[in-house]
Design a protein around this ligand. Sequence first.
Ligand SMILES: [Zn+2]
Ligand SMILES: [Zn+2]
Length: 248
Amino acid sequence: MVRKLLEHRFVSLVFPDRCCSCDRLLPDSDDFRAGRLADFCQFCLEQFSDPQSPSCPKCGVQGKLEVGADDCALCRRPGLCFVRGVAVGNYRGILKQQVLRMKREGNEILAFQFGRLLGEALLNNNLNDVDTVVPVPTHWWRRFKTGFHAADIICDGIRQKTGFKKNNRLLRYTRRTSKQGKLTTAQRFANVDGALRIGRGIVKGKTVLVVDDVMTSGATAAQATQTLLAAGANRVYMAVAARGAGLS
Ligand SMILES: [Zn+2]
Ligand SMILES: [Zn+2]
């Protein structure tokens, strides 16, 4: 990871910086040089999310809420008891392509830059009281197959932007689960029910930020949140690269 980032920085010194999503040249501004902006061009950022669009105040999914509702239907599912969540945008269009590319190619730089965007979103939403950042764990054989753990690298990007401490051993699987992608919502909740436990680290009284690549049904988020709260966490926030869309 560090070597790749150093390589990326070295290449940036020799060649002009390019958007890590679409490869367009980035503006040669002081903010980019100082690393204050994530390495995405304006075009891609506008495709990822529309700041003018209404969004769920709890999970950040973009789209119109039902009349009179405080949050989206997905957030009202039982067990989704995290306090607040942030997402780079909805899981569609260019963001969906890039999240799939990140996972398919083991693209650490992309995961790291999504993390930096999420770090900025957390600070902009005053979610700055995080004690511990924890990735949703991955099974070792899945990590072996893909070569890296996207949620863990997203945490690194968040940490670089915010200074929050990461503990990637705080959550552990108790058993093997199926991949969530092809399951129905009910099957997803059953698949991860009781599948997480606390690993190494202190949870009691802490504010914990759980990080995942995509949140769709919220089953994994619910399981992680319940596990942490049962162990005495004070509150739980969520951060995901993309929020599976359920709103129009
Ligand atoms: Zn771009
Ligand atoms: Zn929501």
